[in-house]
Design a binder for this molecule. Structure first.
Ligand code: PEP
Ligand code: MN
Length: 337
């Protein structure tokens, strides 16, 4: 349920409305926009008498939200959410590019790549320390040692780091990580979602499952938000279709669709979405033109010898060129009217 307040609503009256809601075990979420102030209500509102709220002098109107996601719903929070990733902002007109290797392999590799992507204009660094691999015989990531290397690269370059959390017991190791990635394979690991919602306020980069609908993606965001962490970003990383020419099928329609449904920032991953390095640049440009709030791109200094996802990794030189082309498009990006 959302309550839209009158423009001239007095603070004291609004406060007493908030207290009235809290006394009924409803959590009010105030979103003060330019045009109107909205109170999103989370909790068991089914039994509430809407007429009672509607009758209050500060209330313009009351609306029930039909969609099963509430906190992630744009009706609940009309303004774009801006997620602060240790000083680097994503959403609400702030555009960022996150770059780095699929996996952390060594200190030299990580620091070398971090310096070069920073020089090209990337504002955040990615790298997997705990890797979700299809085969148990493939490289599983360096684990804690990988996180230590990422932190070294952060110290060296100042770039905030994004890395994947696969198991909640690893969360204490993530204290100095700036953004926690929940990978496609864990998008519906509901216990993990509830834990990252309850145990941390760090930004969460939530990747769309490879066969998840957008409603399922939003419901997964809702798990995190309803558990107490509002700092969620939605990431499209390609879905599985009948097409075999690409690793996955990039679904760029998610940008205008999700922007209408939700206030959360949208991050596009053209690397996992396509699976081939030569497809990353055109898709990064397309995603930028369509209004993505951020891109996350895999870059490796020696793709043929990468321990994971070399085929889709750009070299630092190619990434540099992609950055130039992306940044040239950015001022012309589509915006919702
Ligand atoms: C990754 O970012 O390296 C990764 C494994 O992503 P996804 O969960 O989208 O496959
Ligand atoms: Mn990867």
């Amino acid at each position: 349920m959302i309550i839209i307040l009158k423009k001239d609503a007095e603070k004291s009256q609004v406060d007493s409305l908030l207290n009235w809601l809290k006394a009924r075990h409803i959590t009010p979420n105030v979103s003060a926009g330019e045009r109107e102030t909205v109170i999103g209500c989370v909790g068991d509102v089914a039994k509430m008498d809407i007429g009672l709220v509607q009758a209050l002098s500060v209330v313009e109107r009351v609306q029930r939200i039909q969609e099963p996601y509430k906190a992630a719903n744009r009706k609940f929070h009309p303004m774009d959410s801006v997620i602060d990733c240790s000083g680097v902002k994503i959403g609400g007109g702030n555009f960022q590019v996150i770059a780095g290797p699929c996996s952390v392999e060594s200190i030299d590799q990580m620091i070398g790549i971090a310096k070069s992507v920073k020089a090209s204009g990337a504002t955040m660094l990615r790298g997997g320390a705990f890797k979700p691999r299809t085969s148990p015989y493939s490289f599983q990531g360096l684990g804690k040692q990988g996180l230590d290397i990422l932190l070294e690269a952060k110290k060296e370059t100042g770039l905030p780091i994004v890395t994947e959390l696969m198991a909640i017991e690893h969360l204490p190791l993530f204290n100095d990580v700036d953004v926690i990635q929940i990978g496609a394979r864990n998008m519906q690991n509901f216990d993990l979602l509830k834990e990252v919602g309850a145990m941390t306020k760090k930004p969460i980069l939530l990747k769309r499952g490879m066969s998840a609908t957008l409603q399922e993606l939003l419901m997964s965001a809702e798990y995190i938000m309803a558990s107490g962490n509002p700092n969620v970003m939605l990431c499209e990383r390609g879905i599985r279709t009948f097409e075999t020419a690409t690793r996955n099928t990039i679904d760029l329609t998610v940008i205008p669709v999700l922007k209408r449904l939700s206030h959360l920032p949208i991050v596009i991953d053209p690397s996992h979405s396509t699976g081939y390095a030569h497809l990353v640049e055109p898709c990064a440009m397309g995603a930028t033109a369509m209004g993505a709030d951020a891109l996350i791109i895999e870059v490796h200094n020696d793709p043929p010898h990468a321990l994971c996802d070399g085929v889709q990794s750009q070299t630092p030189e190619v990434f540099d060129d992609t950055m130039k082309r992306v940044m040239a498009i950015r001022p012309h990006a589509w915006q919702a009217k």
